[in-house]
Design a protein around this ligand. Structure first.
Ligand SMILES: Cc1cc2nc3c(=O)[nH]c(=O)nc-3n(C[C@H](O)[C@H](O)[C@H](O)COP(=O)(O)OP(=O)(O)OC[C@H]3O[C@@H](n4cnc5c(N)ncnc54)[C@H](O)[C@@H]3O)c2cc1C
Length: 550
C-alpha cells in the first residue's frame, strides 16, 4: 500500500502569487512622472523595455542564485602559486553583462569622458533604480566604474586610453590585463584599518618607480576585487595622492595585490568586498601629488548619488511586494489591502517612497544641468549629501515594515524581503556614513553660504504654498550661520532633504501627493512608525492605486 501523501490533506489557498513578470517601469507611475518632469519623457519607451526585462521571473530567480552563492577567494592555484582570483557565480556575471549592455557604467559620459548631455543622468538613474529593485550587489562595480571617470578627468590622456574599455557594451570577465579585454571595470581603495572617514590617516605609501609608482600598504575594504583597476589613495612624497592601480603590470604579470580574505557581510552577498595588501604594486598617479582627496571626491560625489538611487529602488521593491501581497491575501473576509489599518500603513509607505524617487530623480536633473547652470551645480553640491543621508537612512525601517505586511512569509528567504532588508544598511554606511554626510552639508553651507541660501530660496519658491515649507526653511536658515554647531546638523539636514523632496514632488506628482508629503513630513511631527501619519482614508486608496496600478 502506498504511503499517504500528507500534503494531500489541504489545498493551498489565499497565498499571493509571485510579484514577477511585471514591467517595472509601467507599474511605477511615480517613477514615470519623475522621469517625465525631469526632461526624459522621450526615453519612456526604452525605459519600459528595460523595466520589462528586469521584472521577469527569470531575473528575480537569477538574483536569488547570485546571492545564495557568494563569491569565493582563490588566493592560490592547485600548485600553491598565488593567483588572487575571486570566483563569482554565473548569475552574478549575467547581471554584470546586462547592466553593462544597458551602459549603467558609462551612459552619463561621452566617448571622450566628458559629461553626456541631459537627460543622461535622469535616464540612467531610472534604469539604476529598476536594477536595484532586483539585484543590488553587482551594482557596486557598476557605480564605481561610472563614478571613476569623474576622477580620471584630471588625466585626459589616461582617460582617453581607458574610456573605450569603460564605455564598451560587452562585459568581459576574463582575468587578463585590461588592454587585452573588450571592456573593463574599476573599483576604489580608500578605507584602511585605522580609518575610513579620516583617510588622511592612510598609511599606504607610494614611491616613484619606473614609469609610475610602487604602492605598499593595505586596504581594509576593497569591493569588487575582480575590477581591472582601482583608484587607490596612498601617501606620496607630496602628500596623500590618488593612483590607478591595475590588476596586472604592463609586462602581463600579476600586479602586487594580495587578497587576504573576503568580508563576511550582512548583505550585499553577491558582491565581494576584500581585505588586501599591496606589495610594491605598480600604479599610475591620477592628479597631482597631495591632491588625492580632491581627486577622489569627484568620484565619491557620484557614488553617493547612486547610494541614494539604489536605496530608493530597494524601498520601491519592498513597497510593491507589500501592496501586491495585501491585494491577494484575505483576512476576515476582506483583502488586506481593503482593511483600513493596512491601507493607512501602505499609503504612508507609498508617500515615503514617492518622495524618495522624486527626490533622487530631481537631484539627477541638477547633475544633468550642472555644467551650464550654476544654480543647479550648487543645488547638486548642497543636496547630494543631504539626499544620501535621508534616503539611505529611511530604507531599512521601510523595508522592515513592508516585510511585516507579508506576515510570516515576509520573514522567509524565499520572499525577496530578507535580502532587501539585509542590503539596505550598506548604503548609509559606505561612501560617507550619516554623520559624515551631515558634516559635508555643513561644509558646503560654510564655504558657500550665498549659493546655499539661493538653493534654499529656490526650494521655497517651488513649493511655497505647501504646509511646513516656510517653517522648515526658517529653521534651516536660522541654523545656516550656526553650521559649526555640529550637534544640530542632523536636524538641519533631515529638514533640508525633506524640503527638497517636497519641491521635487511639486514638480512631478499630482495632487494630493505634494500636500500630503509636506504636511506629514515637514509640518507635523513625524511618528516613529508607518501608518501613524494623518492621511485621509479617501486619499489612501488613490495613493495605493498610483503606487501600484492594479
Ligand atoms: C559592504 C562595504 C563595502 C565597502 N567597500 C569599500 C570600497 O570598495 N572601498 C573603500 O575604500 N571603502 C569601502 N568600504 C568602507 C566604507 O566606505 C567605510 O566603512 C566608511 O567610509 C566608514 O569608515 P570606517 O568604517 O573607517 O568608520 P569610521 O570612519 O571610523 O566611522 C565610524 C562612525 O563614526 C562616524 N564619524 C566619523 N567621523 C565623525 C565625526 N567627525 N563626527 C561624528 N561622527 C563621525 C561615522 O559617521 C560612522 O558612523 C566599504 C564598506 C562596506 C560596509
Amino acid at each position: 500500500m502506498a504511503a499517504p501523501n500528507h500534503f494531500d490533506t489541504h489545498e493551498v489557498t489565499n497565498q499571493s502569487p509571485p510579484f514577477a513578470d511585471v514591467d517595472l517601469f509601467a507599474v511605477d507611475p511615480p517613477l514615470r512622472d519623475a522621469v517625465r518632469a525631469n526632461g526624459a519623457a522621450a526615453d519612456a519607451k526604452a525605459l519600459a523595455a528595460f523595466g520589462q526585462r528586469w521584472g521577469t521571473a527569470e531575473m528575480f530567480d537569477l538574483a536569488r542564485q547570485a546571492n545564495e552563492n557568494p563569491p569565493q577567494l582563490r588566493a592560490f592555484d592547485a600548485q600553491g602559486v598565488r593567483q588572487d582570483f575571486i570566483a563569482f557565480h554565473p548569475a552574478y556575471h549575467l547581471f554584470m553583462a546586462e547592466s553593462i549592455a544597458a551602459r549603467l557604467q558609462a551612459s552619463t559620459w561621452r566617448a571622450d569622458g566628458g559629461a553626456a548631455p541631459a537627460p543622461a543622468q535622469v535616464t540612467r538613474a531610472a534604469r539604476f533604480y529598476m536594477a536595484a529593485q532586483v539585484e543590488t550587489g553587482h551594482l557596486c562595480p557598476i557605480t564605481m566604474t561610472r563614478a571613476a571617470v569623474a576622477a580620471l578627468a584630471v588625466e585626459p590622456d589616461l582617460a582617453a586610453k581607458l574610456m573605450p574599455k569603460i564605455a564598451a557594451r560587452e562585459y568581459d570577465p576574463v582575468f587578463r590585463p585590461w588592454p587585452e579585454k573588450k571592456s573593463m571595470t574599476l573599483g576604489m581603495g580608500m578605507t584602511e584599518k585605522q580609518g575610513g572617514t579620516d583617510v588622511r590617516t592612510n598609511t599606504t605609501r607610494a614611491v616613484a618607480a619606473g614609469e609610475g609608482y610602487a604602492i605598499t600598504g593595505h586596504k581594509w575594504f576593497l569591493s569588487a576585487p575582480m575590477s581591472d583597476a582601482f583608484l587607490v589613495l596612498a601617501q606620496a612624497p607630496g602628500g596623500l595622492s590618488c593612483f590607478l592601480t591595475p590588476r596586472f603590470r604592463a609586462d602581463g604579470s600579476l600586479n602586487g595585490l594580495r587578497f587576504q580574505r573576503l568580508k563576511d557581510k550582512l548583505g550585499n552577498r553577491s558582491n565581494a568586498s576584500s581585505e588586501v595588501e599591496f606589495t610594491e604594486a605598480f600604479a599610475l598617479r591620477v592628479g597631482e601629488e597631495g591632491r588625492g582627496i580632491a581627486t577622489v571626491l569627484q568620484m565619491v560625489q557620484l557614488t553617493r548619488l547612486d547610494c541614494a538611487i539604489a536605496s530608493a529602488g530597494l524601498m520601491r521593491m519592498a513597497l510593491a511586494q507589500a501592496i501586491h501581497h495585501a491585494r491577494h491575501r484575505t483576512v476576515f473576509q476582506k483583502p488586506l489591502a481593503e482593511q483600513p489599518l493596512m491601507q493607512a500603513v501602505l499609503a504612508d509607505m507609498a508617500v515615503e517612497v514617492e518622495g524618495a524617487v522624486a527626490l533622487v530623480i530631481r537631484l539627477c536633473r541638477s547633475f544633468d544641468l550642472a555644467a551650464s547652470d550654476g544654480r543647479e551645480a550648487a543645488r547638486a553640491r548642497l543636496l547630494t549629501p543631504a539626499v544620501k543621508y535621508l534616503v539611505c537612512k529611511i530604507a531599512p525601517a521601510l523595508i522592515y515594515e513592508a516585510m511585516e505586511c507579508l506576515g510570516g512569509n515576509g520573514y522567509v528567504e524565499e520572499s525577496i524581503l530578507p535580502r532587501l532588508y539585509r542590503e539596505a544598511p550598506v548604503n548609509p554606511i559606505w561612501e560617507g556614513s550619516g554623520n559624515v554626510m551631515c558634516l559635508d552639508v555643513s561644509r558646503v553651507l560654510e564655504r558657500e553660504p550665498e549659493a546655499a541660501r539661493a538653493v534654499l530660496a529656490g526650494l521655497v519658491d517651488e513649493a511655497a504654498d505647501l504646509p511646513g515649507v516656510s517653517a522648515a526653511a526658517g529653521f534651516i536658515d536660522a541654523n545656516l550661520s550656526a553650521a559649526g554647531s555640529q550637534a544640530r546638523s542632523r536636524a538641519v539636514v533631515e529638514r533640508l532633504a525633506n524640503l527638497a523632496a517636497v519641491a521635487a514632488l511639486r514638480g512631478s506628482a499630482p495632487a494630493p501627493m505634494p500636500e500630503i508629503f509636506a504636511r506629514t513630513r515637514l509640518a507635523e511631527s513625524r511618528s516613529a512608525t508607518y501608518g501613524a501619519s494623518d492621511i485621509p482614508m479617501s486619499d489612501a486608496a488613490s495613493i495605493l492605486r498610483r503606487a501600484l496600478p492594479e
